[in-house]
Design a protein around this ligand. Structure first.
Ligand code: ZN
Ligand code: CU
Length: 493
């Protein structure tokens, strides 16, 4: 026994500890010192500058939002309110083929890069410049980054409606390699979008080749989430096999009424592939999607809500069919007049969302769109919605399993070293919440609302959010890719 009491910066006493691994909770005290977890156990002999009584509330690793479009938001709004209020302590930016860097625009950002901001938001011609800007902004959360295929295309190509030439692919690869050498986590694609749809699989395969040596991964907003989804999944597997890299399928869903009910089939495909290669997916806990307005999805068989329109900002919040009726035109024509615009698509079945969300290979990622004036509520609500609505109220999955999908699974897959678990020596990214009260408050009508029941959030050991208020401290920073997840003893995939 120590005769001298040990000292911590912060002591969290009497928590139900969800360590992130999926293990059931246990009552523990946790000590934080110098930004790290210093001790876990019965720490009644410890002293600390600050003692927080957990009173049996849940203490978990800070949530990792693996699917974000926060690239420029972490710099322009470093308080990161939509995320810190959910208990998110790390965001991964650069998803869906679009990243803020390395980018040198020739004009306005092509769709959907405009989701990240207007032309003046793109100021990072190299990944190193982006990393520097993130750290200079001192964001409240940690930031990991993917490099977007579409962003690289827009740098190297005069037009995006064709395949890249061998020379252009070389140019993209050189930029990707610069990013990987500066700690990027991997490559993302957004093959469904017009700006990347003309890229053949071989273009992506060639571009993915440098990933393996760097221990990086490939994530994809697939070529389609509609009827041909199984072919699109095969394409994603093929890229992974060719480049010998893990694959993450972004926001896995069965989109469109003719596709509803197919999640069993889709997950069977995923499970089959997982026997041969490392693959996972992320999803957000809502049955409506959101992106820029895509006229291909204006088919008349689902409702579409307009969230923004450059020529017609007054139409935000209205259904496209109402706007079309008001103008006395077809929905296609109304959609054309609204462009460029953003939309929420009422395009999933609840059963499919539940089946995909509860699958053990699925991580939680918000896909939140912080630049949208009427953002899909997933931006402010994704994580508490899983914990409150799906875990507590709908009993869809155990709390410890939901926490695993937000923490250790995510950290291992993306190579975020010493995060995602409450473990001695790990970074002290932590969230204290009340499982009985946690609840998403953001709605489609009023989306910018902080969650209830998130009581305290620490980032790198620093108390950043407490009892509904930010403390003013911002202790996040850029996080480089850590050890490759492939050889991980825990078998992340
Ligand atoms: Zn996407
Ligand atoms: Cu996305």
């Amino acid at each position: 026994m120590h005769s001298h009491p040990e000292a911590a910066d912060t002591l969290i006493v009497g928590a139900q500890l969800y360590d992130g691994t999926g293990a059931p909770p246990v009552e523990r005290d946790v000590a934080i010192r110098d930004g790290r977890i210093a001790a876990i156990g019965n720490l009644s002999n410890w002293l600390a500058e600050e003692v927080i009584e957990a009173n049996g509330r849940a203490l978990a690793p800070g949530f990792i939002d693996v699917h974000t479009h926060d690239d420029t938001h972490v710099i322009r709004s470093p308080q990161m309110l939509p995320k810190i209020t959910q208990g998110v302590t790390t965001v991964i930016v650069g998803n869906c083929g679009i990243s803020a860097s390395p980018v040198l625009l020739k004009g306005d950002p092509p769709d959907p890069m405009n989701l990240l901001g207007e032309r003046d938001a793109f100021q990072y011609p190299t990944f190193a410049a982006y990393v520097e800007a993130v750290n200079a902004a001192r964001p409240a959360v940690n930031v990991g980054a993917l490099i977007g295929h579409t962003a690289l295309r827009s740098n190297q190509m005069d037009r995006l409606d064709r395949a890249a030439t061998a020379e252009e692919i070389d140019g993209m690869r050189a930029q990707l390699e610069e990013a990987l050498s500066n700690g990027a986590l991997g490559l993302s694609s957004g093959l469904a979008y017009g700006s990347a749809f003309s890229a053949p699989t071989e273009e992506v395969m060639a571009l993915a080749e440098p990933l393996a040596a760097a221990g990086a991964l490939y994530t994809t907003h697939m070529r389609t989430e509609f009827d041909a989804i199984l072919d699109a999944m095969d394409e994603a597997y093929r890229v992974g096999r060719h480049a010998h890299v893990p694959v993450v399928i972004s926001h896995l869903k069965c989109a469109g009424p003719s596709n509803w009910g197919r999640s069993e089939e889709v997950l069977k495909s995923l499970e089959g592939a997982r026997r041969l290669q490392p693959i996972g997916c992320d999803c957000y806990p809502y049955n409506r999607s959101s992106s820029t307005l895509d006229l291909k999805q204006v088919t008349g068989d689902i409702d579409i809500t307009i969230t923004w329109s450059e020529p017609h900002p007054e139409m935000a919040g209205k259904l496209l069919k109402e706007i079309a009726a008001e103008w006395g035109v077809t929905q296609q024509e109304a959609g054309k007049r609204l462009q460029p615009a953003g939309a929420v698509y009422h395009n999933m079945s609840e059963d499919d969302v539940r089946r995909i969300l509860s699958h053990p290979a699925t991580m939680v990622g918000s896909d939140g769109l912080p630049n949208d004036p009427l953002p899909h509520p997933r931006l402010w609500g994704a994580f508490p919605r899983v914990l409150g609505h799906y875990v507590r109220d709908a009993n869809l999955l155990p709390l410890e399993e939901a926490v695993r999908k937000m923490t250790s699974l995510s950290a291992r897959r993306f190579g975020l070293a010493q995060r995602g678990e409450v473990h001695i020596g790990y970074h002290a990214d932590l969230v204290l919440f009340d499982p009985a009260k946690v609840r998403d408050a953001a709605t489609f009508e009023k989306p910018e609302q902080a969650a209830d029941g998130i009581d305290a959030v620490w980032v790198n050991g620093v108390l950043t959010y407490r009892d509904g208020e930010v403390t003013g401290e911002r202790a996040g920073h850029f996080v480089a890719r850590g050890a490759a997840s492939k050889g991980d003893a825990h078998g992340a995939f």
